[in-house]
Design a protein around this ligand. Structure first.
Ligand code: SF4
Length: 445
C-alpha cells in the first residue's frame, strides 16, 4: 500500500451504520452509505472504531419501535455519538424521551439532513481520485447478485392499522427513466435479480400522471406495465413486491406468461371478510381478489402468489375468521405470512371497539398457519419431477442453496441442490426437482 493510501485511510473520518426495517428502509440505507462513500467517509463495522454512528430505524409496529430504541441505546452506550434517521425519526419526542443524548434526528428518506448532521460532526475529507472509486450503482447491502429497486416513496391509502403514510408521506414516484437507468446500472454491476419495492407498487406513477420519459430511445410511461416492459429488456429476473390487486395489474400477468418478469406476485391481502376489510380501510374486496387470482392463473398457470394477513383485528368474530380460512383454501395461495393484530401508536384502528384477546388471536394465527402449511405443501408438489431454472445464493460442502422464480430472498423457501460442486453464488442453473415439503424444494443439477 502506498504511503498516500495509508495516510488517507488513517485520516478518513469513520462512520458506523446500523440498518433496521423493511427492504424500503434498506434502500434508504444504501443511498446514505453511497453518499458517505462518495464524500470519502470510511464505513466501519464496529461501534468502537467509528467517529459517529448512524442508526436507520423502523417505526412500523411496536416491536420494531422497541428494536430501534434498543439499537439507539446500544450505539450510544458503545460509541456515544449517534445520528438517528428512518421511520422512527418522525417520532423525535419519543426518541428524545428515551435517549436525550442523540446528536440529530431525521425522518425517512431524508438523505440530505443525515448528511448535514454527519458534516456538522465530521467534516468531509479531502478527495482522492483513485481511492474514491465506487461502482456506478453505489453501495449495496444485499449480495452482489440481487438488489432492491425502490420505485416510489410513501402511500396514498389510509389503512387503519398502518401509520406508514404519516411516517413517509403521500405517494411520490420516481420518474421511470431514472428507475430504468438505475436498474441498467445495477445489471451492469452484476445484479441478476431485481426486486421491485414500494409501499404500493401498483400505484406507481399516479402522482406523476404517468408522465413519460425516454430510455434506450423509447418512450415509457411512469406506470407499472411500462416499468415491467422496460425491466423485461434487461435479461435478468424481475420480481414484483407489494402489489395491490388493482384492475391494471391484469396487464402485467401476460408479461409474466411471456417471461418478461417473473410469474410471482407479492400481494398483501390482509383479510377476506368484507366488514373487516372495510374497518381496515383496505383498497380491495375479497370476492374480487378471488376472481382476479383465478383469471390470472388461467393466463399464467405457473403464477406464484405470496400474501400477508392479519388475524385478531379489533372486532374480528369467529365467523369472520372462518371466512378467512375458507378464502385461503379457495385461493390456494403459495406463500403466506400471518400476523396477529398489533396496535401501532397513532393508528386509527386503535379506537375500534371489541378487541380480540391476545390468546384468541394467537390461537387463530396457529390455526391459520396450519391450514396454510397444507396448502403450501400441496402447491409445491407441482414442481416435483420438473426442471427449473434457479439462481444460486450460496454453496457449502457440495450443497448449493438456490431459489426458483417462486422464491423471493429472505421471505420464501429455497431449493437445496446436492452434488453441486461446480455451482457458484450468483450463477443461474437448471436443476431437476426431486422432492418438496411445505417450504423448500430438493433438487439435483
Ligand atoms: S397500503 Fe395501507 S398498509 Fe400499505 S403502506 Fe399504504 S396505508 Fe400502509
Amino acid at each position: 500500500m502506498s504511503v498516500t493510501a495509508q495516510h488517507r485511510i488513517r485520516h478518513s473520518p469513520r462512520v458506523g451504520f446500523v440498518s433496521l426495517g423493511c427492504p424500503k428502509a434498506l434502500v434508504d440505507s444504501e443511498r446514505i452509505l453511497t453518499q458517505l462513500r462518495v464524500e470519502g467517509y470510511e464505513i466501519v463495522g464496529g461501534y468502537r472504531e467509528a467517529d459517529v454512528v448512524v442508526v436507520n430505524t423502523c417505526g412500523f409496529i411496536e416491536a420494531a419501535q422497541q428494536e430501534s430504541l434498543d439499537a439507539i441505546g446500544e450505539a450510544l452506550a458503545e460509541n456515544g455519538k449517534v445520528i438517528v434517521t428512518g421511520c422512527l425519526g418522525k417520532r423525535a419526542a419519543l426518541i428524545r424521551e428515551h435517549h436525550p443524548d442523540v446528536i440529530a434526528i431525521t425522518g425517512p428518506h431524508d438523505y440530505e439532513s443525515v448528511m448535514r448532521a454527519v458534516h456538522v460532526q465530521l467534516a468531509p475529507p479531502a478527495r482522492h481520485p483513485h481511492l474514491d472509486l465506487l461502482p456506478a450503482s453505489g453501495v449495496k447491502l444485499t449480495p452482489r447478485h440481487y438488489a432492491y429497486l425502490k420505485i416510489s416513496e410513501g402511500c396514498n391509502h389510509k389503512c387503519s392499522f398502518c401509520i406508514i403514510p404519516k411516517l413517509r408521506g403521500p405517494l411520490a414516484s420516481r420518474p421511470i427513466g431514472e428507475v430504468l437507468r438505475e436498474a441498467e446500472s445495477l445489471v451492469c454491476d452484476g445484479v441478476k435479480e431485481l426486486l421491485v419495492v414500494a409501499q404500493d407498487t401498483s400505484a406507481y406513477g399516479v402522482d406523476l400522471h404517468y408522465a413519460a420519459s425516454s430510455w434506450r430511445g423509447r418512450k415509457y410511461r411512469t406506470h407499472l406495465t411500462d416499468l415491467c416492459l422496460g425491466l423485461g429488456e434487461l435479461g435478468v429476473w424481475v420480481r414484483l413486491h407489494y402489489v395491490y390487486p388493482y384492475p391494471h395489474v391484469s396487464e402485467v400477468i401476460p408479461l409474466m406468461a411471456e417471461g418478461k418478469v417473473l410469474p410471482y406476485l407479492d400481494i398483501p391481502l390482509q383479510h377476506a371478510n368484507a366488514r373487516i376489510l372495510k374497518a381496515m380501510r383496505r383498497p380491495a374486496a375479497s370476492a374480487k381478489a378471488l376472481e382476479h387470482i383465478r383469471a390470472w392463473r388461467e393466463i399464467c398457470p405457473d403464477l406464484t402468489i405470496r400474501s400477508t394477513f392479519i388475524v385478531g383485528f379489533p372486532g374480528e368474530t369467529e365467523r369472520e375468521f372462518e371466512e378467512l380460512l375458507t378464502f385461503i383454501r379457495q385461493a390456494e395461495l403459495d406463500r403466506v405470512g400471518c400476523f396477529t393484530y398489533s396496535p401501532v401508536d397513532g393508528a386509527d384502528a386503535n379506537v375500534l371497539p371489541d378487541w380480540v384477546p391476545a390468546e384468541v388471536a394467537e390461537e387463530r394465527r396457529c390455526v391459520f398457519m396450519q391450514t396454510q402449511a397444507e396448502i403450501s405443501a400441496q402447491r409445491l408438489q407441482r414442481f416435483c419431477g420438473r426442471e427449473l431454472q434457479v439462481l444460486v445464493d450460496s454453496v457449502a460442502d457440495g450443497t448449493a442453496v438456490a431459489r426458483s422464480f417462486a422464491d423471493a430472498p429472505e421471505v420464501d423457501g429455497v431449493v437445496w441442490i446436492t452434488g453441486s460442486h461446480t455451482l457458484r453464488p450468483g450463477q443461474f442453473a437448471r436443476v431437476r426437482i426431486t422432492q418438496a415439503d411445505q417450504h423448500d424444494l430438493a433438487a439435483v443439477p
